[in-house]
Ligand binder design. Structure first.
Ligand SMILES: Cc1cc2nc3c(=O)[nH]c(=O)nc-3n(C[C@H](O)[C@H](O)[C@H](O)COP(=O)(O)OP(=O)(O)OC[C@H]3O[C@@H](n4cnc5c(N)ncnc54)[C@H](O)[C@@H]3O)c2cc1C
Length: 385
């Protein structure tokens, strides 16, 4: 077997989490290799929407980490790797009917607990935003959030030439020794003091004990038109409900209409429990299209030019998995970000890099990061045995 070299740290997976982690590690002066089975943003990070949204997060660790990540993303966009990736824009949450109205009330109650990062600007009828359809009964405008396509963020991090990029190279296994970790690539191998596994939904191929579940999402993109008519994302309150309720039980399909800087609209996305990124079906998309056009009637003049599906890595308890792999002192897992990985990537990359460099976490986040530790599952399994 050929030896490809030795590094302080090897990051497995060049999605947005792995790319952010690799970038933060090289800023700390470590030698870093980033390995991917296919290439950068080959999985969820290249097939997703890019809402950097605090409003849509579950209260608790996730919402607090998302708030910290939003603030840090703004810094990295001001003069760092996300300069061309992140665009601030308002979020409009709309609803029809009592359940969606209640979801909006719950959202407003949550915002105060998150400090000043995201603010309610206006709350009222749909005429706050000229152009919405008659089915929109209530609309609130939030300021402070933004949009960042995952593949653009990955490209931004990978511009750092100090990251050694190795792909296509599928990791077959890891062997931990007293001296470090051997990464087996089949006919070749790499060595490192620390390994960070940011493998998304493929985590279970190397760590079968981690309860990561595939959850696909279909999206579609329209043709171009004059940009600017819709100043920010139009997000249905059903989308907030879909985070905790089976989508098929909702009266209307959850929809997010995201205006892109190209003048196109990116519209999504479903939540379906399967692992096939190629499965796009017309009946489901048609429901999304109908709801999108009812909400923003200008879409009736647009053509759909592309439909695709990505696969989120969901976790049975709804929280990501971040920390040392059970039984390991050298391998850190960073996975299970479901529909929140783009938003969380800046802070998670920074904090995982700190863990791998044996530094303490940022004090204000240490409790929330501890809640994501992979050992929470081994404790459950031992309790059940
Ligand atoms: C439809 C949809 C909409 C979404 N919308 C949003 C949104 O609006 N906002 C938001 O914040 N998040 C959103 N997400 C979630 C977000 O895309 C993910 O949480 C995020 O991209 C996960 O990044 P990752 O780096 O953990 O994983 P991935 O991007 O899945 O990267 C994992 C990488 O590991 C590589 N890999 C796998 N196995 C191996 C192996 N054995 N060896 C080497 N490499 C391997 C893969 O090739 C891949 O490149 C959405 C996701 C979907 C699917």
């Amino acid at each position: 077997m050929d030896d490809l070299g030795r590094y302080d740290a090897i990051v497995l997976g060049a999605g947005v989490i792995g790319a952010s982690t690799a970038w933060h590690l090289v800023q700390a002066g470590l030698s870093v290799a980033l390995v991917d089975a296919e290439g950068p943003a080959a999985a969820a990070s290249g097939a997703s929407d890019g809402a950097v949204s605090v409003a849509s997060k579950k209260p608790g660790p996730l919402a607090r980490l998302a708030t910290a990540s939003l603030l840090y993303t703004r810094n990295l966009a001001a003069d760092g790797p996300l300069m061309h990736g992140y665009h601030p824009r308002p979020t409009y949450i709309f609803g029809s009917g009592p359940a969606e109205g209640a979801a909006i009330d719950a959202l407003i109650a949550k915002l105060d607990a998150l400090g000043d990062a995201v603010r309610l600007r206006r709350d009222g009828a749909a005429d706050l935003l000229p152009g919405t359809g008659a089915s929109v009964e209530r609309l609130v405008e939030l300021t402070g959030e933004g949009h960042m396509p995952g593949y653009v963020a990955v490209a931004g991090y990978l511009r750092d030439p100090r990251i050694v990029k190795i792909w296509p190279a599928r990791v077959r296994g890891l062997e931990e020794t007293d001296a470090g970790v051997i990464v087996d690539l089949g006919t070749r191998r790499l060595h490192a003091s620390r390994v960070i596994a940011a493998l998304g939904v493929s985590t279970t191929t190397l760590f079968p004990q981690m309860p990561v579940i595939p959850r696909a999402g279909q999206l579609f993109v329209t043709d171009r038109g004059a940009p600017g008519a819709l100043p920010g994302a139009l997000t249905s309150a059903a989308y907030l409900l879909a985070k905790t309720t089976d989508m098929t039980a909702l009266p209307r399909p959850p929809v997010v209409i995201d205006p892109l800087s190209t003048g196109q609209y990116l519209i999504g996305s479903t939540r379906e429990d399967h692992a096939d990124p190629g499965r796009v079906d017309f009946a489901t998309l048609q429901k999304l299209m109908t709801r999108a056009a009812e909400t923003w009637p200008a879409l009736r003049n647009r053509r759909v030019i592309r439909a695709f599906a990505g696969v989120r890595a969901a976790v049975s308890d709804g929280l990501p998995i971040v920390g040392l792999a059970p039984g390991s002192t050298r391998v850190t897992l960073a996975t299970g970000f479901e529909g929140d990985g783009i938003c969380l990537s800046a802070v998670i990359g920074r904090e995982v890099a700190r863990m791998a460099a044996d530094e303490a976490p940022t004090p204000a986040l240490s409790g929330d990061l501890a809640a994501l530790a992979p050992t929470r599952f081994t404790a459950l399994q031992e309790g059940a045995a």
